[in-house]
Design a protein around this ligand. Structure first.
Ligand code: S3P
Length: 167
């Protein structure tokens, strides 16, 4: 079996659904953001502020390549911007079964409005930013994914079952 990769916007449930899905299938759960934070020995937010987005994207590409190449099955949650690079989309599409957890910007905003850890959302109008990012990225997530799961309404449990049915 290939790894199962989850893509989608921040706040779309990749970690929550990914952990439960991994538990149900009986494979490890891996989070590319967490792996990056281990490597840099600090937070992504701080790294973004100090080194900039491009440096973060380089690290993200390296990390995803390594995680996909790791032997053994896993469920892999990727960062919301992982699909921005064509190389990442291709690596994920070819090396994993990719599920896109899709939510509306309004639902994402409801879940993220008190969050201070996402550097791209530390702006005056986070809802407008989420709308902009969603519009830009939705076609990229679709291109990268093998399956789209609408995550606005269903519970985590329902989403995990939907994911299991696609595998
Ligand atoms: C990002 C999303 C974050 C993290 C970084 C950049 C993005 O991951 O990779 O802050 O570009 O949307 P989550 O989707 O897990 O929040």
């Amino acid at each position: 079996m290939k790894p199962i990769a989850l893509v989608g916007m921040p706040g779309g449930g990749k970690s929550t659904v990914g952990k439960q899905l991994a538990r149900q299938i009986g494979v490890p759960f891996v989070d590319s953001d967490h792996e990056i934070e281990q490597r840099i020995g600090g937070s992504i937010k701080q790294f973004f502020e100090q080194q900039g987005e491009e440096a973060f994207r380089d690290l993200e590409t390296e990390t995803i390549a390594e995680l996909i190449a790791r032997p053994g099955d896993c469920v892999l949650a990727t960062g919301g911007g992982a699909v921005l690079r064509e190389r990442n989309r291709q690596m994920l599409h070819e090396g994993a079964t990719v599920l896109y957890l899709r939510s509306t910007p309004e639902d994402l905003f409801r879940r993220l409005r008190h969050d201070t850890t996402r550097p791209l959302l530390q702006v005056k109008d986070p809802l407008a930013k989420l709308r902009e990012l969603h519009q830009q990225r939705d076609p990229l997530y679709r291109r990268c994914a093998h399956f789209v799961l609408e995550s606005a309404r269903p519970s985590v449990h329902a989403l995990v079952n939907m994911a299991l049915m696609q595998l």
